[in-house]
Ligand binder design. Structure first.
Ligand code: XMP
Length: 512
């Protein structure tokens, strides 16, 4: 297994994903992880992430000096490389200007075991994002490559298995970056690549049985990929000891409640209790328009309802959740202040202390693509496994401002038409996430001979691999025209449809 030490880069998660994609298990920990803990973790390799600070800043994050003496291969990325350079007597200087974006790497000398195949005709396109760069290379290192702006962009000490790169191999914009990380973990660190869906399931089933024993477990089933896979996994491990609670919060997509009941209760024979809580959520949200407040209210009510259900099932000892690794990382970052918290997440850390249930989170170590692979391996329907992600707060964050039932009903119908058309035209599977957004503003239109004054629906479709950055999907004009026509004709209360052409960043995927 590989240890990734996080110095606060927005890209750190991606490093972990790339390692997992090489079928190697890895964990991400804060940079100040104690040396004893690192030794106990016994990594076969260590990756140092990038970070927002400069190595010479007051209080700049540092690492235990002995880290480089463990005899374990180390790959330093960006800040990680600068830290490594300083440690071995090199020099880092602030660049005249920040370098951000594409750059062409120029190879120098022989590539060596890590960089072999990374260059084609001595060049490799890479993604840069840094202020400082290494000016003087430490004595025992050799330069592997540079760019016009930064002469030292990749360094190595092959004898000691120490490597540093100024660019970001973990982002998709570095085309051969995946290869580099694969090579580092499988060849340099000699990890064998046993992190496969079959193995993950087997391990999880054993672990769940050990953890839970004969206790009862309740799980909040939402119909999304994560909770569905969690339910299936736990059901496989402990059968009828699992009781799923499906909270219909009134903020679900059209027909979603019935679909969830069909799949799990009817087809798979899972115990599912359906709670109709629409009115409670609407009451709780009345008059509230701040997105963060809305998220907290929805998350809070969710917990309250669970508590009530748990009280009815007095012998339940565990609360299972479909928390996945990115949620864990994001929440940890929010707590330690090491990564910038953009939106609060309601899946993690929302449980009050007085709640007597212990947490069971069988997907806690998995990335989304791993969750999907596990779901498919367990035979969940393709459409369910590959369904676009749906946020925990549901339509609550797709109705801008105050949530009202009238708005939710309009949005549900518009969204259903949009998604139906995306399936029909074959675009759905090419899009990472698509949905409609309700804008509580009215605009003037004309229908037949009459003037209309009605709401606006915005359509969003994005392409992304990691949901950290995303581009808008170029849906053909003809499809847009057809979808817009259908929504305006079929959904009463809407007379205007717009298409969102913002990328993330600077926009986010959801509108709230
Ligand atoms: P943003 O809007 O931050 O969304 O670009 C990135 C991804 O996260 C989903 N999302 C959420 N999922 N609870 C969730 O379970 C939330 O509070 C939440 N907010 C955003 C969003 O749908 C997208 O896939």
């Amino acid at each position: 297994k590989i240890l990734i030490l996080d110095f606060g880069s927005q890209y750190t998660q991606l490093i972990a994903r790339r390692v997992r994609e090489a079928h190697v298990y890895c964990e991400l920990h804060p940079y100040d992880m104690a040396l004893d803990e690192i030794k106990a973790f016994a990594p076969k390799g260590i990756i140092l992430s990038g970070g927002p600070k400069s190595v010479y800043d007051e209080g700049a994050p540092a690492i235990a000096e002995e880290l480089f003496e463990l005899g374990v291969p180390v790959l330093g990325i960006c800040y990680g490389m600068q830290l490594m350079s300083c440690h071995f007597g090199g020099e880092v200087v602030p660049a005249g200007k920040r370098e951000y974006g594409h750059a062409e790497l120029q190879a120098q000398g022989t590539p060596g075991p890590l960089f072999d195949g990374f260059f084609v005709e001595g060049k490799s396109p890479v993604w840069m994002s840094h202020g400082d760069h290494v000016e003087k290379v430490p004595g025992n290192f050799e330069v592997v490559a540079g760019t016009a702006n930064a002469p030292v962009c990749a360094i190595q000490n092959v004898a000691r298995n120490l490597y540093g790169v100024q660019f970001h191999p973990e982002v998709n914009h570095t085309p051969r970056g995946e290869l580099l990380i694969d090579r580092f973990v499988r060849q340099i660190c000699d990890c064998s690549g046993q992190w496969t869906p079959g193995q993950i399931i087997e391990d999880a089933v054993i672990r769940i049985r050990e953890q839970v024993g004969t206790d009862k477990v309740i799980l909040g089933l939402s119909g999304g990929v994560d909770s569905s896979v969690a339910a299936t996994l736990i059901h496989r491990a402990i059968g009828d000891q699992l009781i799923c609670v499906f909270v219909d919060n009134g903020l679900l997509r059209l027909g979603e409640g019935d679909q969830v009941m069909d799949t799990f209760a009817e087809n798979m024979g899972v115990n599912v209790i359906r709670v109709d809580a629409e009115q409670r959520f609407l009451d709780g949200l009345a008059g509230v328009s701040d997105p963060e407040k809305k998220r907290k209210i929805i998350g809070g009510l969710f917990v309250d309802i669970f508590e009530e259900e748990a009280a009815k099932l007095s012998d339940a000892k565990w609360l299972a959740q479909g928390t996945i690794y990115p949620d864990v990382i994001e929440s940890a970052g929010a707590k330690t202040g090491k990564a910038h918290n953009i939106k609060s997440h309601h899946n993690v850390g929302g449980l009050p202390d007085y709640m007597k249930l212990s947490l069971l989170e069988p997907l806690r170590e998995l990335f989304k693509d791993e969750v999907r692979a596990v779901g498919e391996e367990m035979g969940l329907p393709h459409a369910m496994v590959w369904r676009h992600p749906f946020p925990g707060p549901g339509l609550g964050v797709r109705i801008l401002g105050e949530v009202k039932k009238e708005y939710a009903d309009i949005l549900r119908r518009a969204d259903a038409i949009y998604i139906e058309e995306l399936y029909r035209t074959g675009h759905y599977d090419k899009i990472s996430q698509a949905f409609a957004v309700f804008l509580p503003v009215k605009s003037v239109g004309v229908m037949g001979d009459g003037r209309t004054y009605e709401y606006v629906i915005a359509l969003r479709a994005v392409e992304t691999k990691d949901f950290m950055t995303a581009g808008w999907y170029p849906l053909p004009y003809a499809e847009l025209a057809h979808i817009s026509g259908r929504i305006i004709n079929e959904v009463k209360g809407v007379n205007r449809v717009t298409y969102d052409i913002s990328s993330k960043p600077p926009a986010t995927i959801e509108w709230e």
